[in-house]
Design a binder for this molecule. Structure first.
Ligand code: FAD
Length: 461
């Protein structure tokens, strides 16, 4: 599934023939996506308000040791903790690749910073704070303002209702021309279905609520999953737990392997069932008496505030229909989403999506007709279906993120993603496979690091 080609628009030409319109735009969320959206919208001359539920910017990158009252994250009435970070987290992308295109994530070794190439999470938050201060974004962010409802009213405008903490709660209703949804998608847990789990007496939790390993000392843990968080957390746990058993969906049923370098960690195939005597049976036939099942099984898109009369739905984790993962054709360009794709480098992708949205809203870039956009979406879905891809992989861009980035860049008259970034991403992906334990501290793409640093000189102020 590749981003489909579209007639090229010459942004310079359009500037000369179309009036540039300034819109009132609400951005929901002040994470990386909302912050770069705010910057691009303001650069384009729009009036922007960023509504943020928490009391600071950064979204995912604001680490907290708080966890939710329901460790599985299923109770709809729980107080939501936004971030899913664990204390030991270091980035899984090198900083050169990860940063925004025109605001490089460079090392600032001033004693207070983490100069590593794959830094700890605190360094990313510092970088985002610098980004905010560099572009004066904070002045448009309203903190502790949770958006609770977004609905269409007459004249194609949006009514945005937000809840503000103020000696209790105060509700504000405001009218905007456009809404850009940037609420993140790593907060609402998805859990594995396990036959017999309701009578299993052990403790279950989702990685969303995992912070540190110490509470798991001397316990027997079954960890389900094999994506980035699972890979980190199982190693974190192996340092203190009695045993760690990793259940993985993508291996053969007979798989049962001791993990190299560990005498207390094993890789298994999926769980077959859980029993009321506390045992858990794997498809490989092994039976383990476990204390904890930790679901590192990913997250769901969740827009509890969005009321579109069924125009935009989430179906098996497909947010749709969306033209190029951004605009619902029927509501375009007045509603848009930034940051939905996964298995990508998020910051630059959000930056390009935001440039596109900003330019479309001002009238500088023109979208295809509603019908054409819908045809494009349908063709994309048919292609996914024909290749046997489940709906929940709709926004997985593992195979084509750079084609997509470049398609966006083309819409905006922006240069393509740098060659070194593409090569570095692929070098690091390979390095992760070859040395999963040490890829953050050992690498062999120093030539690309030098190229990136040379490139960054042009952004140094
Ligand atoms: P978020 O950062 O989640 O921000 C969303 C914001 O919206 C939050 O501030 C939230 O409070 C706010 N919000 C939500 N609902 C409302 C509402 N109703 N009203 C008002 N505000 C609301 N990316 C990388 O590039 N490198 C990495 O190494 C990396 N590691 C990761 C590790 C983990 C464990 C996770 C979970 C993600 C990781 N990511 C990584 C991806 C990361 O999510 C993105 O880098 C980026 O932070 C996404 O930004 P966002 O703005 O889309 O979402």
């Amino acid at each position: 599934a590749k981003a489909s080609p579209r007639p090229t628009i010459n942004p310079k030409l359009l500037t000369t023939i179309l009036p540039i319109q300034s819109r009132n735009v609400a951005v929901i969320g002040a994470g990386a996506a909302g912050l770069v959206a705010a910057r691009e919208l303001r650069r384009e001359g729009h009036k922007v308000v960023v509504l943020e539920r928490e009391n600071q910017i950064g979204g995912t990158w604001v680490y907290t040791n708080r966890i939710e009252s329901d460790p599985l994250g299923l109770d709809p009435d729980r107080t939501v903790v936004h971030s899913s970070l664990y204390s030991s987290l270091r980035t899984n992308l090198p900083r050169e690749v990860m940063g925004f295109l025109d605001y490089p994530f460079v090392t600032r070794d001033d004693g207070y910073r983490d100069p590593r190439r794959f830094p700890g999470h605190g360094e990313v938050l510092k970088y985002l704070k610098e980004f905010v201060s560099e572009f004066g974004i904070e002045e448009v962010v309203r903190f502790e303002s949770e958006v609770v409802n977004v609905g269409l009213i007459e004249n194609n405008k949006w009514r945005v209702r937000s809840k503000k903490k103020n000696n209790g709660y105060q509700y504000d209703d405001e009218i905007y021309d456009a809404v850009v949804v940037c609420n993140g998608h790593y907060t609402q847990p998805r859990i594995a279905e396990i036959p017999g789990i309701n009578s299993w007496p052990g403790k279950q939790m989702h990685s969303h609520n995992y912070r540190v390993s110490e509470p798991f000392r001397d316990q027997v843990i079954i960890l389900i999953g094999s994506a980035a968080s699972a890979v980190d957390i199982c190693r974190d746990l192996a340092g203190v737990a009695k045993e760690v058993h990793v259940a993985c969906r993508s291996v053969a049923d007979e798989t049962y392997e001791k993990q190299p370098g560990y005498d207390n960690m094993w890789l298994h195939s999926m769980i077959e069932r859980a029993n009321k005597d506390g045992t858990v049976v794997f498809r490989n036939g092994n039976v383990v008496l476990a204390d904890v099942i930790l679901h590192c099984t990913g997250y769901k898109y969740h827009f509890p505030f969005l009321e579109t009369n069924g125009v935009v739905t989430v179906d098996d984790n497909r947010v749709g229909p969306l033209y190029q993962h951004v605009f619902p054709p029927v509501l375009a360009p007045w509603l848009s989403f930034v940051g939905l794709p996964w298995k990508v480098i998020p910051f630059p992708l959000c930056e390009l999506q935001s440039k596109w949205i900003a330019g479309v809203l001002s009238g500088r870039f023109v979208l295809p007709s509603q019908e054409e956009m819908m045809e494009d979406v349908k063709a994309f879905y048919s292609k996914l279906e024909a290749s046997g891809m489940p709906k929940r992989y709709t926004h997985n861009m593992a195979d084509y993120q750079f084609d997509y980035d470049n398609w966006l860049a083309e819409q905006c008259g922006h240069p393509n993603i740098e060659e070194w970034r593409v090569k570095m991403y692929s070098a690091v992906s390979k390095s992760k496979r070859v040395r999963p334990e040490t890829y953050r501290d050992e690498w062999d793409d120093e030539d690309l690091v030098l190229q990136a640093q040379e490139d960054f000189v042009k952004y140094a102020s």
